[in-house]
Design a protein around this ligand. Structure first.
Ligand code: SF4
Length: 285
């Protein structure tokens, strides 16, 4: 079994001291180690943002995609080699802004991959603008009079799109987050883990103390994540009490199972030496 430190690279994270990204980074490495996944069997796709810098700090196969496009790249990798453990890592600006349509389509396809979103409710890398998950009224450089739009609600959106695994973690609860990531990776199908990730530099509203006063674990209430209506109602809970944990989980056939081309072996292992593409090439000549 690979120890968590085997997922380290020679480079140290460059995030601001106290950033919630440190906890997500450690939770992911611990989850992979405890699941006995070897670095060579994992491919992680990163987006653009402070979360994307993790590309340099985790020792697995990695791809630093362009803004908002983690899920299309992760989909391609999974289809090319479905034996790999494929994980996509985004931020809220990346994944719920320019990349939001990809989330809906990835969810309805139900590929067997895990999507971890560092949700700090602000654009951090570009030094503090209102993001799709910033609360209404959020004051930043881009909304000096306060955000006018309602925030995107990731668990509710994923539920409406038909997700088979939806969870929310908190970077201030590393043991809880590690367990959620493990459950998400174990899930056979598309799994979303939205993570409250305090940005200590550019978000002075959603801070560690702000979350600590509000978040609780769903399982402490005896909540069972097997009912869509109940999950939807929990996804609407916001304010004095904010739930974390697994909102919803169901078992459904995955996309890879429906593709005859993948039935025998991953595409990367298939012999293409005897395929004659002359006719196709001539058509486009
Ligand atoms: Fe973390 Fe915010 Fe600093 Fe980015 S700007 S590294 S999200 S604290």
């Amino acid at each position: 079994m690979a120890e968590p430190q085997e997922f380290n690279t020679p480079y140290s994270p460059t995030w601001c001291p106290g950033c919630g990204n440190f906890s997500i980074w450690n939770s992911l490495k611990k989850a992979l180690s405890e699941l006995e996944v070897e670095p060579k069997d994992v491919a992680i796709v990163y987006g653009i943002g402070c979360s994307g810098n993790m590309n340099n700090f985790v020792n697995t196969y990695a791809f630093h995609a362009i803004h908002g496009r983690t899920l299309p790249v992760a989909t391609g990798i999974k289809l090319a080699n479905h034996n790999l453990q494929v994980i996509a890592v985004s931020g809220d600006g990346d994944g719920y802004g320019i990349g939001i349509a990809h989330l809906i389509h990835a969810v309805r396809r139900n590929l067997n991959l895990t999507y971890i979103v560092h949700n700090n409710m602000v654009y951090g890398l570009t030094t503090g603008q209102t993001s799709p998950t910033s609360g209404k009224g959020f004051v930043s450089k881009s909304t000096p009079g306060g955000a006018i739009e309602e925030a995107v609600n990731p668990p509710a959106l994923a539920l409406a799109a038909g997700a088979t695994f939806i969870a929310r973690g908190f970077a201030g609860d590393m043991p809880g987050l590690t367990e959620l990531i493990k459950e998400a990776i174990r899930h056979r199908g598309f799994s979303l883990v939205d993570v409250f990730q305090p940005c200590v530099t550019f978000n002075q509203v959603n801070t560690y103390p702000w979350y600590k006063k509000r978040v609780y674990r769903l399982e402490e209430e005896g909540y069972k994540p097997d009912n869509k209506s109940r999950a939807f109602s929990k996804s609407q809970e916001w304010g004095e009490k904010i739930p974390t944990g697994i909102f919803y989980r169901e078992s459904r056939k995955i996309y890879e199972d429906e593709l005859p081309a993948l039935a025998q072996s991953p595409l990367v292992e298939q012999d293409i030496g005897n395929i004659d593409i002359t006719q196709a090439v001539e058509e486009f000549a």
